[in-house]
Design a protein around this ligand. Structure first.
Ligand code: GLA
Length: 509
């Protein structure tokens, strides 16, 4: 087994070396505790805190619209310095304009309220890559399947705002299958179901955009979608142009009723990808051929920002059949694909099941699967975040219980997923049913310990060979807020199927 050595890059004469209880350390520790507490306090209280992506990609010469997710007491005053020429700060605090030529553009946003102020630097990369951090959002499929409508999607957008999810960085509202009319129009342009979407998709996109969110849509590289609606094959140009005119921000492209070969799949994804690229709008391309043709090796070349690594997820922790992928089987498959993930190119572990409790029409397999426990949902969320999967909730956001909100809206965990280094976690241990993952972060590392066993287990880092962690970090348990001064002296107790996630923030010394 490869040994993992954590490079802490601490100078030999560091103040912290072997002296973790010195005065300076304590001061830093207390400071970090303060900032952590504030991120856990009520979302509309206290000083402003920025969330979500700070590195954002757009294609050249396409419209830009950026809403800044910020928690803290309202009202919040927003100022922007260094905006590219002709971009503007809008009344709602968002920024809009037109992307220029290929290149990097930086600006600073400062946010101020009665209790404090903060600033965040934004890096805008105009080029070929979108989703420079994994997309955060929601998708209609798992729970609602064909029962979608304009009214219901608007309510979901409202719920994303009112719950506080938007202010933590969730952005995409993605329509999946069954938005379609029975047929295209006479010119071949796509049309939505007039009963479900009486005012058309543009009207819905305008509404979603007015909330600071983005709208995704679904199609398929076959003549029909998996739900036997009209597919995209042969209509790529007109579809991409129409989606752009509607104001669509993301396309999930499925692979039903299409030829088996990898060559055909690559060609079909490339045709749609190119059409989107030339549509005049930055539209994220989500490749969904279920990992059957190793898309991690080619989907990026078709302009895909992320690709499914497996067939559909089911609301079950562990299950032997391969057609119905469980949380554990998706984890085991995707952890091996670490080297293919990078900013703008992610392994997609499929939608989050958090809060579905076996009620998802698609994911319960007609009631066979009763769902996960909240402990398991928390593990699922932790591991998807650590492995840099897109985080697309699928539960009914209008009726979330407290446990679901807590799991979906943990600011520290979301910051680990959105870290701008874009490194997928690496499995550094697999022993006695415990799997340990490590994800390098811009300001430190995140470590997750998963107990795959059905009994409670203890774990200590001293059990790992060659795991060198000295003490130049403040250590925070993402889920319960506990702080640790040292990993070496701590024994972690893991309930069955529980994941503990630690964020280790590098201290500057
Ligand atoms: C496939 C996809 C699912 C969903 C359905 C819709 O099964 O993998 O995520 O989009 O099609 O029909």
């Amino acid at each position: 087994m490869p040994k993992y050595r954590l490079n802490l890059s601490i100078p030999k004469n560091s103040l912290f070396k072997n002296r973790m209880y010195n005065f300076k350390f304590l001061l830093l520790f207390i400071t970090a505790m303060g900032s952590f507490t504030s991120s856990f306090s009520q979302l509309n209280e206290g000083p402003p805190v920025f969330h979500g992506a700070s590195v954002i990609g757009y294609r050249p010469h396409t419209p830009v619209s950026i809403y800044f997710p910020i928690t803290g007491q309202r009202p919040i005053d927003i100022k922007v310095t260094g905006l590219p020429q002709d971009w503007q700060l809008n009344q709602d605090g968002s920024v809009s304009g037109m992307a220029g030529d290929i290149g990097s553009y930086n600006f600073t946003v400062s946010a101020k309220n009665e209790t404090g102020q903060t600033a965040q630097e934004y890096h805008i990369e105009i080029g070929d890559k979108l989703c420079l951090t994994p997309p955060l959002g929601w998708n209609s499929w798992n729970v609602f399947t064909k029962n979608i409508s304009e009214k219901m999607i608007m309510e979901i957008a409202d719920a994303m705002v009112n719950s506080g999810m938007r202010d933590l960085g969730y952005q995409y509202i993605n329509l999946d299958d069954f938005w379609h009319a029975p047929m295209r129009d006479a010119q071949g342009a796509p049309l939505p179901d007039p009963a479900k979407f009486p005012n058309g998709i543009k009207h819905l996109a305008d509404y979603v955009h007015s909330k600071g969110l983005k709208l995704g849509i679904y199609s398929c590289a076959g003549k029909m979608t998996c739900g036997e609606q009209f597919g995209g094959y042969g209509y790529e140009e007109i579809d991409a142009k129409t989606y752009a005119a509607w104001g669509i921000d993301l396309l999930k492209y499925d692979y039903c009723y299409a030829p088996w070969s990898k060559k055909a799949a690559l060609a079909r994804y490339a045709t749609m990808g190119n059409a989107l690229k030339n549509s005049g709008r930055s539209i994220v391309f989500s490749v969904c051929e279920w990992g059957l043709r190793k898309p991690w090796k080619w989907a990026e070349s078709t302009t895909g920002s992320y690709w499914r690594t497996t067939p559909d997820i089911f609301d079950v922790w562990q299950f032997p059949a391969l057609a119905q992928y469980s949380v554990m089987s998706i984890l085991k498959k995707t952890e091996k694909l670490e080297k293919y993930a990078s900013p703008g190119a992610w392994n997609d572990m499929d939608m989050l099941l958090v809060g579905n409790y076996g009620k998802g029409k698609a994911t319960s397999a007609n009631g066979m699967f009763k769902g996960l426990t909240d402990t398991e949902y928390q593990s699922h969320m932790s591991l998807w975040a650590m492995l840099n999967s897109p985080l697309l909730a699928s539960s009914d956001l209008r009726n979330m219980n407290e446990a679901t909100k807590k799991i979906l809206m943990n600011p520290t965990l979301l910051s680990i997923n959105q870290d701008k280094l874009g490194k997928q976690a690496h499995r550094i241990e697999k022993k006695k049913g415990i799997r340990v993952y490590l994800k390098p972060l811009q300001d430190g590392v995140a470590i997750a310990m998963l107990n795959t066993k059905n009994n409670t287990q203890e774990f200590a880092f001293t059990e790992m060979n060659n795991f060198d962690l000295n003490e130049n970090y403040t250590i925070i348990d993402v889920w319960n807020g506990n702080k640790y001064s040292s990993l070496k002296n701590t024994k972690f107790t893991l309930a069955p199927h529980e994941t503990i996630v630690l964020k280790l923030i590098r201290t500057n010394e």
